[in-house]
Design a protein around this ligand. Structure first.
Ligand code: SAM
Length: 224
């Protein structure tokens, strides 16, 4: 299979497919169980999001720089957050922090309808052009996702892929009944993964391990 990306012709050969298979086995060992998610990770070509100089690292379980001072999250982090979202085919999902677009591809591959918002204009423009060239079509938005995306609310699921100082009220408001929000919350260095479920008029909160994300900027995020 070959992908026609912005970079020219991007190949997906047996070696890369083999490395993806290895990554899936590693994530399984680390406790990821959602088969549809593991299947998506086995399918989406992560190496096409990497600059040539870093290509050899594409299937390591690590975060990497993607330019514009931002990162593509570690595969385990993508898997952990996505599993907590309990994605069902047809779910309407808001992703805050489009970044490279890799997470959006995983969600689309699992059958979700994806709305993704990015605050960095260059990254937004780059990813909006690049993802369709791979055959992935989320709805792209540019702006401050710390306030959510009220024009398209409510959402079945909301995923925040940058570290927030608090859970923004606007995101809870924009969740549909029975909806799930997954958001890393803490200080600028490390954040606890938080899962919020809106159920029977109540807001349930679960907390998990610490992770380390780039900061969520904007009105309900960090100021700079
Ligand atoms: N989901 C991304 C991926 O698959 O590559 C990784 C996201 S990266 C770890 C975090 C992203 O959040 C950055 O691209 C950053 O510009 C973006 N961001 C930070 N604050 C934001 C905000 N208020 N609204 C939308 N995006 C924001």
């Amino acid at each position: 299979m070959a992908f026609l990306g912005v970079k020219s012709m991007i190949e997906d050969n047996y070696k890369q497919r083999g490395l993806r298979g290895k990554l899936v086995r590693k994530l399984r060992q680390k406790g990821i169980k959602d088969e549809k998610l593991l299947e998506a990770i086995g399918k989406v070509p992560r190496h096409v999001f990497f600059d040539d100089a870093l290509l050899g690292h594409a299937y390591e379980d690590k975060a990497f720089p993607i330019g514009h001072g931002q990162t593509i999250s570690q595969p385990y982090t993508v898997a952990f957050q996505t599993e907590k979202l309990e994605i069902q085919p047809g779910d309407k999902v808001l992703e805050i922090g489009t970044g490279s677009g890799y997470q959006a591809c995983i969600l689309l591959d699992m059958g979700a309808k994806v709305y993704t918002i990015e605050y960095n204009r260059n990254l937004y423009q780059h990813t909006r052009e690049f993802l369709p060239s791979l055959g992935y079509h989320p709805f792209f938005f540019y702006g401050d996702g710390s306030k959510g995306l009220p024009v398209r609310a409510p959402y079945d699921k909301i995923i925040v892929t940058a570290g927030a100082p608090v859970v923004p009220d606007a995101l809870i408001e924009q969740l549909a009944k029975g909806g799930i929000l997954v958001i890393p919350v803490g200080d600028r260095e490390k954040q606890k993964m938080v899962k919020i479920i809106k159920k029977d008029g109540k807001i349930l909160r679960e907390e998990f391990d610490f992770f380390s994300f780039v900061p969520l900027l904007g009105e309900q995020g960090w100021k700079s």
